[in-house]
Write a protein of this length. Structure first.
Length: 257
């Protein structure tokens, strides 16, 4: 299993889509350092480098990060099918479940890698603003950017870590969903489009009663900035992740490739 897992990580990180996604998520926050109208656009006076991760995650988590995840994860199945390397692998004495499980684990780790590069690029871009104590908020803690008073560098770092971790968890169901569609369609483009279309349809279902909106995946894309009790949204996100993942494993075990 460990060998398969290492192989899947190598294939995932070696793909062009993954490399592009990691490069873009790292470089994009650096634009903020050269965006004089940024404060006006987000209606926040940026006074600390600790605030840039919230801006970068907020700008990318709704569309760009899900798109990168959908394409990259779908490629883990689609590219192997197109190149004809998946079938020979399954002809070897290897458990199908272990193959797809290793792909699932690699897929679920990818959102964390994207968030890490996003935060790393943001902190690099925030160097001119500094990382000392400041009055305000990081955008990822109580009071968001307004804050609740004086904030130390250590406290700000803690808020950034918490927000980044939650943002990665938010994106895990997207990775599992893309893998599921990858198994069903065995095509990168079709799987990525199906994943993104599903997310868009969920967003359009805002016309549903509030009770039904609460169970939609896209209704919890902002949980990374929520304070207080976030247990129920996290449980729902994990249920989505587990459900999509188990369906992908079930479908792969019975899929003729």
């Amino acid at each position: 299993m460990l060998t398969l897992l290492l192989l899947e990580f190598r294939k995932l990180l070696g793909s062009r889509s993954a490399k592009l996604a990691l490069i873009v998520t790292f470089l994009l926050p650096l634009i903020w350092a050269f965006a004089p109208r940024l404060s006006a656009l987000i209606q926040v006076n940026m006074i600390s480098g600790w605030q840039l991760p919230a801006v970068s995650i907020g700008v990318t988590i709704q569309y760009l990060l899900p798109l990168f995840i959908a394409v990259t994860v779908a490629e883990t199945i689609g590219s192997e099918t197109a190149q004809g390397t998946l079938a020979p692998l399954l002809l070897r004495p290897v458990d199908r479940t272990k193959v797809i499980a290793s792909k699932l684990i690699a897929a679920l780790v990818f959102p964390f890698l994207l968030i890490i590069t996003t935060v790393a690029g943001s902190l690099l871009a925030g160097i001119p603003l500094g990382f000392g104590n400041f009055t305000g908020g990081t955008g990822l803690g109580p009071g968001l950017f307004v804050g609740v008073g004086q904030l130390s560098g250590g406290e700000a770092f803690g808020q950034v870590l918490r927000g980044a971790f939650l943002a990665a968890i938010v994106l895990m169901p997207v990775a599992a969903l893309s893998l599921l569609f990858g198994v069903l369609f065995l095509n990168t483009a079709a799987s990525a489009l199906a994943t993104f279309a599903t997310l868009i349809v969920m967003r359009l279902l805002v016309v549903l009663p509030e009770a039904l909106q609460r169970i939609l995946l896209t209704s919890h894309f902002g949980v990374y900035v929520q304070q207080g009790d976030i247990g129920q949204p996290l449980i729902l996100l994990l249920i989505y992740t587990l459900g999509f993942g188990l369906m992908a494993i079930y479908a792969f075990d019975r899929r003729d490739v």
